[in-house]
Design a protein around this ligand. Sequence first.
Ligand code: HEM
Length: 296
Amino acid sequence: MSQPSPTRSAHQAPSPDAAPPEVEPPFGPDLSIGAGTTTPYEDYVRASVLTHLQQLQSDDPGEMVFLVTTQVMELWFTVIVHEWQTAADALRRDDLPVATDALRRSTWELEALNAAWKPLARLTPAQFNAYRGALGEGSGFQSAMYRRLEFLLGEKSASMLVPHRGSAEDHAALEKALHEPSLYDEVLRLLARRGHPVPEAVLRRDVAERYEPDPAVEEVWAAVFAGSQDSELARLGELLTDVAELVWRWRNDHLVATRRAMGAKMGTGGSAGVAWLEKRARKNVFPELWTARSHV
Ligand code: HEM
């Protein structure tokens, strides 16, 4: 049986079948941990905060996974917003390597986010009803982080700030994000700086408005994808298409889970429920990246 390595950190876990350590701290495990002290792991991860955020509103045993899945998705939204903000800032500085690294990481994170639907994907109306009433008027529609994510995609709307009037901090962050260029705006500005004929009207558009597809931008992407000009930009276009597809998958997985769990009932947020989500899911992310493909 192997002995604990004398160089091992005092807080590294011993293997489960290891003999009791014969060395004293600082070389062996510090057995005082747990006796009222914290650990470097806890200082960094704040697991005790995270695992005390599950205040259930009903007695139903199925509510726990609903709440935790929602919390896990909020954390992924936070990571993805961070990546896209990093990418947008890097594109503004013409730093394509940093931007593509962040976008690529975001595709893996989006895959993890989408995989998190698994425990809720087959929720039945009877199971959902067991705790739905306890949610009151709470709805993902009121998620400030999801709204920032949509704003970064170019899906801007001042009216989406209304649910956040009660929180000065969330409202201010969303107001700022509303008036900042989206990730896609930064991509189009980069294309223009690289000599592509992106129309002035697109470059000078009011960034607080929803991005509307433009035929001249479609032509630019068709030329980029045809590979005759700048393959670095073609790779960026494909990476953004990956992002768009994965966002579309999240919206659709949400739509199907909702349809299974509550049919055509009204949403807790007061919307028409599935009918409203269907409309949202039909929106194309980065529209010209899709339509340009017909012309390559
Ligand atoms: C299967 C369980 C779920 C059902 C039945 C459901 C239902 C709904 C409904 C009906 C809406 C429309 C707004 C409303 O009237 O409430 C909505 C919006 C939304 N939900 Fe869910 N939801 C579920 C799970 C989740 C989870 C786990 C999240 C993760 C955070 C989430 C995030 C959102 C977001 C972000 C919106 C707004 C979408 C947009 O603005 O386009 N939902 N949900």
